[in-house]
Write a protein that binds this ligand. Sequence first.
Ligand SMILES: [Zn+2]
Length: 211
Amino acid sequence: MAETSAPAKLDPAELIACPQCDALHRAEHLPEGTRARCVRCKTLLIVPRERSFLHVIALSFTGMILMIGAIFFPFLEISARGLTHESSIFGVAMAFSDGWLAPLAFAVLSMIVAIPVFRFLALIYTLWPLANGQPAWPHAALIFRLAEEAQPWAMAEIFIIGTAVALVKIAGLAQVSLGPAFWAFCVLIIVTTLKNSFVSKWVIWDEIEQK
Ligand SMILES: [Zn+2]
């Protein structure tokens, strides 16, 4: 029965699902310089290769530099009754690194710093040789898969929204001013979103397998 109701044989590797609306499309190798969009919601599915790889690599480097600023520069400054306290994310994490809040500090640092940095590094590792027309480096497929699976755990943008909500609450009690690290984080989120819009998973997998 399964045989009669089965549709025409399709190789899953030739199918591409729209990341926005899940519409299935049959993937094709496009001529260099052309792009493919979802027929239903017009989300970009396939982007031109070499150039989009270079964009992703450049944005990943930008993201890592911003991340250094976001961790070590002052994040915010709180003053109340003549007392001023300035803190960076690294400083806060270190302050909680012993005691029963240590697991929380570790989880926050991994989700807003370690996982995003790992994803940037993994994309650079995967795409660098492909952008230069060389074969993929060893274990590129495994590293790219891990980076994709870690995506839901990268929570820099949720951290910024949470901080903004907390600031509204604190603003009534003390004077709060935002440091350069806060803005570095905001730019980092824009860079990450831009980078994600250039990543076409199907194209990357296709390139890894071909080379
Ligand atoms: Zn779609």
